[in-house]
Design a binder for this molecule. Sequence first.
Ligand code: PLP
Length: 667
Amino acid sequence: MTTEIYLDGNATSAVLPSAITAAAVAMSELYGNPSSTHATGLKAKDMMSTVRARARRLLGVGSGRLMFNSGATEGIQTAILSALVALRERRVAGEPIGNCLVYGETEHKAVPESLAHWNRLLGLNLVIKPLCVDGDGMHDLLQLQMLAPNAGLVCTMAANNETGVISDLAAIESVLAETGSAAYWLVDCVQALGKLHLDLAGTRIDYAPFSGHKLYAPKGIGMLYVRDAAPFTPLMIGGGQETGQRSGTENMAGIAALGEVLCALEDGTRFRSLAEMETFRERLAASLRSALPGVVFNAPFNMSLPTTLNFSVPWLSSKELLDLFDAANVRVSSGSACSSAKSAPSYVLEAMHLPTWRCAAAIRMSFGPLATVADIDAACARLERCGTALQESCMTPSGHGASSGSAVDKGPVQFSLGEFNTWLVADSDSGTCVIIDPQESLAPRIENYVRCQQLQVRAVVHTRTTASESTPVVSIALGAQILTGVRHDDGHMIYLLADGNGASPVPRFAFTGAIAVSAIEPVLLGDATLLCPGIDAPQHICTTRAAERNLRQHDALGNIAPAQLTQFLEEHPEALLIDVREHYEHAAGGAGSGGVQVLSVPLSELTGRIEQWLSMPHVPLVFFCRSGNRSARAAACLCRLGHHAAWSVAGGMAMAGVVLQRRSQAS
Ligand code: PLP
């Protein structure tokens, strides 16, 4: 199993080993409650005070407050609550408070969401105004000049978590001063810690939240700085811990671990310098440029943290890139970690008005200041392997398809975009193909495929036709097979692919476009004809008339739990292990090299294998993919079509990677 290369440091980080030790000591030896007055409590309190003193020094807190809390989301809540309570009090006292709350458009969602929440709960009902950014992600200072005089609170981050873009805090401070703004100022410093020099009391920043887990401390520990003269209202009230600023017994293990990280920051020898991190970024960027021709970086390097690279590739979606990197055991994210679960385009890049495709296809690669030369060497080598895997697939504009095998023995190949399918049928003898229902946005991908498989397009046909068209019975000979177009009704054609040697052969495949199976003339099809839909909302891939009749009987799908996989494979040595990820994912992971036991059959090629697998209905088919989603679809499809032993590995490579990889490499 190749080792994991973790390049998602802006989402979270592993915990510094000495911080783990410090946390363990806090739990085993310094386990006292720092509020207790006996010796055990005093020792714990002393540890906490040492960490706080170190943090105060490092952040230049001066006479301001510095409290421990659970992380930046809590810090942001506390800051916004404090500012808004003060605004409400000023309003009640008849003082002017402005009419709006301003936040940078690229802020972490915790900021605008908290503004809306507390504004509503406190009945302030101020207008919440986004502050625009330019194409480089920098705040629009002219707009800020207009807004600042009437703002009650301004929220801007020190560095952006998706792009790494560093805000010009000095310029923002000047605008606030020049416009005589009385606004409070919140600066989210989460991504700045350990990467930018901070001297908080030397600025007019009122509130600065920090999060431990972004810099080698555990999750659940954070800090909030509050300027000396800034208003403060506790978010949590109770036992009066943190001198009443944040009640609740302190997270002592977290504080001890954070203390170790701060110690590493302070001693200055363990973390990389800015210059070293810039070299690392250059090397990663060079590998990306060579692996992913056409890659575009979404933030200027000279304006962003050297630890963050945000990029898009014109011919790959962010999902495809994530899958590829994940297959190579390289962890990156699309957009921020919180938004990458939802596959929406990046709101940060949209705010920068980048072209739609770049917002939708963006990948964030981020490392931390503990990265070593060896880490970056390994990451670059792995990225280059991803590039090779892509080149050997038919995905890239210059790919040569070595890993994809020949198109001609695949049967129908499916290109999907959401629920819409384009199908391609190729013939080995003539090296020609027919494309059915081409989707415009799939055109580049299909072109790459056709070129890289050295096919000539014989015809492009559509199942949807206009009523005014006369009915051409299209008949195209594809080697030993014939593709026949039969008019279904005035609006639609069905294309039947059959062996060309029988008198009236039963079609093996039917391309049915948007036509419901139940509406198809029964004489046209055999019970086992594989029906390939143009629209596949339920994501069935393909079906048969028999399967449609028996739909309810075949609902049960077999999942193999990762823990049971080894035993299952031992008990079923005849089982076929089938990787339904794309060929480039299969190749990037190094799985199945020369293997006979692991087949690489992407979902797009599944239909072409189904007849063969249905002819051995009791041989277990064990499908796997990255996370278990694609393999579940494959197993469900086979199950529905009548195979008796189609299984999906639950959780996919993510959960059962070790077993699957071992199995592939043994083969
Ligand atoms: N602000 C920024 C810029 C972040 O990157 C994050 C983390 O994703 C947060 C706030 C929230 O931090 P936490 O996870 O500590 O609540």
